[in-house]
Design a protein around this ligand. Structure first.
Ligand SMILES: Nc1nc2c(c(=O)[nH]1)N[C@H]1C(S)=C(S)[C@@H](COP(=O)(O)OP(=O)(O)OC[C@H]3O[C@@H](n4cnc5c(=O)[nH]c(N)nc54)[C@H](O)[C@@H]3O)O[C@H]1N2
Ligand SMILES: Nc1nc2c(c(=O)[nH]1)N[C@H]1C(S)=C(S)[C@@H](COP(=O)(O)OP(=O)(O)OC[C@H]3O[C@@H](n4cnc5c(=O)[nH]c(N)nc54)[C@H](O)[C@@H]3O)O[C@H]1N2
Ligand SMILES: [Mo]
Length: 839
């Protein structure tokens, strides 16, 4: 019998090892009270935060943020509503034409065909038989299982990792590399600084609060996008943002926002708005660089000691190479729309104050998106404050609470948030999150087969089977895909150029979708499999900050016939062999897996001298909390490199910041050369296309959704205009078109057309319009290519063209025209489940 452990015995002095955090049972946040609870108190977690579950009549009716959540997000409140949304998938369904004719069905019927309810047994048979046919006739790489997307948190029920594991065990598949978030930045920055700058740890906030004099939000909306995290957020970052704001009052800390939009962060900090035309930031930075150089204001010492290749870049900057044009502030002003005198003022200010440049990711989600981050690092180098307290740059303050001091994962919290943001090909490999299973796969499966494509090239791959393409210095061949299996992502939201995509998708014999809701993606599937939501199953996860491990306890029964992703995959493998089932489950039940993840952390913690509660104690309490060591509050990005660039050389060939990269120059790419450059994007306000489509649309991340998630709840009411996704338009642009605030408008270009609700505002600059990503695609004529999307899916309008041969990344901007919508307003149909035969 285990004696109930004294809480204090969890507490342990760090024993002189500063980096080791402790488990602190006393500092544990209590949870708020539920209004109603008819069962044992539950706790669960999400990308929006951890919460306590309020249950009544066996229904999950309330999500109460944990007290440990410093600034709970509104999105948490909508979790019960989404559980019982009208568009939840109740039963496995098959498209009528597919049920009759299988893989020989008429694929142009996808989107318009009826669905038929089938039993789970029939659904499993259909999936397994089709996989077997494809393996036999076409080989493993004909099945696409990349399945990108923001599935719910949970170390066990990670559908993407589980799908990879199932397909790996069954016979292999084609997966993906990169993410829609960081496609260009994560490909280019390792060449420049030796690190993927999208995930590199930035200088922590306490250091900024003490030292920084000027903060630049450069296409970064910290106040909005920190609401969510890839793991579970505790929103501690908002406390630091508040301190920064207070600091500004005390000692004149200055804030700039460089953005076409006066975004949430600009407003919060009352920042000075520099209106830059979309996708022209590189020109703006070049203008600053030219001024710093010609006025002799830049740090020669830094350039000399810590960078290479300034000479090659300088020739370009001064107009002595490439286009032979000097990149003066006046040159830049014509492109980016910022007055030359302001460009000079900014450059002078940044170099004379302790300045932190905070870059976001929208600038790299554009044609030639490799350039902005390279140029930002070049500019920061010229400013010369990299590695100093509060100066330099970072490209991820806007994301997942980065910049908040946190306990190192070495303290025992080994649970992983990995996989969808997999860094290398290898880490996209099958494996339950939190544990590597590769080494455990014995038998015939150890030759697990997996190919990859860059994630955003999926449509190009479908259109060009067998074709060669360039990526990151090498040439590859697109596989000939026959089947795609999606679990935990929403490609008919996240991918660009919807109409082209619908046509390309017809190339697939079979499309399987596993989701909880009738998303636009599910409605394009041949086989639809309903999954549980997190509050309907048991799991375990950690906070993004490493400060917590959370128990995720089932609050209500699975809705309809929904099954856990894990069980769906086991049942498919049962159609293969018992050995394969065992390779997948390793003989463990789901709860045994959950326990094993906890125990792995427990063992690791013990090694570093931290005693965690036993699994049973943890499960009862609902969480473990690790304290942040003082040392973590002092972290300065690249401090070591600055102090000693020889010992702490960067992971680049030269060991320094590469303003010129011999490697990249050697690839001889048209769209990415040896140093950062201004390339004209395919569509921008200065291009020919702008004559016909004169407004530059940008598509940032939504305030009241996680991409498309939660759009099927009352959160829509907080923003929508006449039931349509809002589109922000400047007063002058609206006037020219006779558009008033609150009008329904039609937004169109050569790729397609959508309806939106006009928000006429000065918060967006003239010439630009803004529509958030993630509104559900709702074609007036379902399945029809070119049909008007009546709800406002921005990806009907965006182009699907890679950033360049280097990163092959996705874009999020486009040129469009807008007119007032006349005629009868079409109804929104996407949030009701389709009519299903057999019910
Ligand atoms: N125009 C434009 N497009 C963009 C962007 C942009 O800025 N502009 N941003 C891009 C970026 S950065 C991203 S990350 C992508 C996001 O694209 P996605 O991650 O694909 O979008 P989500 O809406 O989060 O889709 C997640 C889906 O997983 C389902 N799901 C959740 N939990 C589970 C589960 O446990 N099991 C199963 N089987 N399913 C589950 C949800 O119901 C939902 O349908 O969009 C990209 N697209
Ligand atoms: N609430 C909420 N938070 C989220 C998400 C969500 O869906 N909802 N998604 C999460 C995910 S997956 C990701 S990848 C991150 C995304 O993080 P980001 O990619 O950084 O976020 P975005 O909202 O796309 O863009 C940030 C800012 O860039 C501006 N911008 C757009 N184009 C340009 C340009 O050409 N130049 C300049 N200077 N600025 C420009 C936008 O107006 C916006 O203010 O956010 C994460 N956080
Ligand atoms: Mo993302």
């Amino acid at each position: 019998m285990t004696k109930k452990m004294d809480r204090r015995s969890f507490l342990r002095a760090s024993g002189g090892i500063a980096a080791v955090a402790t488990v602190n049972a006393n500092a544990i946040p209590l949870v708020g009270d539920s209004l109603f609870n008819d069962k044992a108190e539950g706790i669960s977690a999400s990308h929006y935060g951890a919460f306590k579950t309020g249950v009544r009549n066996s229904r999950f009716e309330q999500a109460i943020p944990l007290e440990g959540d410093h600034y709970p997000s509104t999105m948490i409140d909508a979790l019960p509503a989404r559980t019982y949304a009208q568009d939840r998938i109740l039963y496995p369904c098959v498209r009528e034409g597919y049920l009759k004719n299988g893989y020989k069905s008429d694929k142009s019927k996808r989107g318009s065909d009826k669905y038929v309810r089938v039993s789970w047994e029939t659904a499993y048979d259909l999936v397994a038989n089709e996989m077997k046919r494809i393996y036999k006739d076409f080989g493993h790489d004909a099945i696409y299982g990349g399945s990108y997307g923001w599935f719910c948190v949970g170390s066990l029920n990670n559908p993407q990792a589980l799908l990879g594991r199932m397909l790996g065990v069954a016979g292999g598949y084609t997966s993906r590399t990169c993410t829609y978030s960081t496609h260009a930045i994560r490909q280019i920055t390792p060449y420049i600084t030796g690190t993927d700058e999208s995930s590199a740890q930035p200088t922590v906030y306490p250091v900024l609060i003490e030292n920084t004099e000027c903060i630049v939000f450069w296409g970064a909306d910290l106040v909005n996008s920190n609401q969510i995290a890839w793991g579970v957020p505790d929103h501690e970052v908002y406390g630091y943002l508040k301190q920064l704001k207070e600091e500004a009052k005390k000692r004149g800390l200055k804030f700039y926002i460089i953005d076409p939009v006066y975004n949430n962060t600009g407003m919060y900090f009352d920042a000075e708005h520099i209106q830059v035309r979309p996708t022209t930031d590189v020109a703006l930075m070049l203008g600053m660089a030219h001024y710093l150089y010609s006025e002799n204001l830049y740090s020669k010492d830094f350039m000399h000691k810590y960078t290479i290749g300034f000479d090659e870049f300088k020739k370009y900057l001064l107009g002595e190479s490439e286009d032979m044009v000097a990149k003066t502030p006046e040159w830049a002003a014509k492109i980016c729309g910022v007055d030359a005198n302001i460009i000079k003022m900014l450059a002078k200010e940044f170099v004379s104050k302790r300045t932190m440049l905070m870059g976001g990711w929208a600038t790299q989600r554009a044609h030639h998106g490799e350039q902005p981050n390279w140029m930002l690092i070049t500019l920061a180098s010229m400013i010369g404050q990299i590695g100093l307290p509060g100066g330099g740059y970072a490209c991820n303050y806007h994301y997942s609470g980065n910049g908040v001091p946190m306990p190192a994962a070495a303290t025992g919290n080994t649970l992983s948030n990995a996989d969808a943001n997999a860094k290398e090909y290898a880490s996209a490999s099958p494996g339950l999150s939190g544990i590597s299973v590769k080494s455990k796969m014995d038998g015939p499966w150890k030759q697990r087969k997996m190919e990859v494509i860059p994630v955003s090239r999926i449509v190009e791959c479908l259109e060009n089977p067998g074709a060669d393409y360039n990526f990151d210095g090498k040439s590859y061949k697109y596989p000939d895909l026959k089947m795609a299996y999606w679990a935990g992502g929403n490609p008919f939201h996240h991918h660009q150029d919807r109409n082209r995509m619908i046509e390309a998708w017809q190339k697939l014999d079979t499309f399987v979708v596993q989701d909880a809701f009738w998303t636009a993606t599910a409605r394009m599937a041949d086989i639809v499999l309903p999954t549980t939501l997190t509050t309907e199953r048991n799991d375990i996860t950690k906070s993004q900050s490493n400060a917590y491990i959370f128990a995720m306890k089932q609050a209500s029964k699975p809705y309809g016939e929904a099954m856990d992703d894990f069980d769906i995959f086991v049942n498919i493998l049962r159609r293969f062999t018992a050995e394969q089932v065992l390779a997948f489950t390793e003989g463990k039940t789901k709860m045994e897996w959950v326990k094993s993840f906890y125990n792995a952390s427990y063992a690791k913690a013990k090694k570093s001298g931290v005693v965690m509660p036993t699994f049973d104690e943890f499960w009862e309490k609902g969480f473990v909390y690790f304290e942040t060591p003082e040392s973590a509050k002092k972290f300065i990005k690249m401090e070591g490199f600055r102090k000693n660039p020889v010992i702490n050389r960067l992971g680049t060939p030269s060991g320094k910041i590469e303003i010129f990269s011999k490697k990249i120059a050697g690839y001889n790419y048209k769209g990415c050369k040896g140093h950062p450059m201004w390339f004209e994007p395919m569509e921008w306000l200065g291009s020919k296309v702008a004559k016909e489509f004169p407004l530059n649309l940008i598509s940032p991340h939504p305030k009241y959704r996680l991409h498309s998630q939660l759009n099927n709840t009352w959160l829509r009411d907080l923003e929508e205009v006449q039931g349509r996704e809002p589109i922000w338009i400047n007063t002058k642009d609206a006037q020219k078109r006779g558009i008033q605030n609150g009008d329904v408008v039609r937004i169109f270009n050569k790729r397609g057309q959508v309806l939106g609700g006009a928000v006429v505002t000065e918060a967006i600059m003239e010439g630009a319009v803004r529509m958030q990503e993630g509104a559900w695609y709702d074609p007036q004529v379902p399945g029809k290519i070119g049909s008007l999307c009546v709800h406002g899916d921005v990806n009907v309008l965006t182009p699907d063209v890679g950033t360049s041969e280097l990163a092959q990344g996705n874009q999020a901007t486009a040129l469009v025209e807008i007119e007032k919508f006349k005629g009868e307003l079409p109804e929104i149909g996407i949030f009701k489940a389709p009519k299903i035969k057999g019910i």
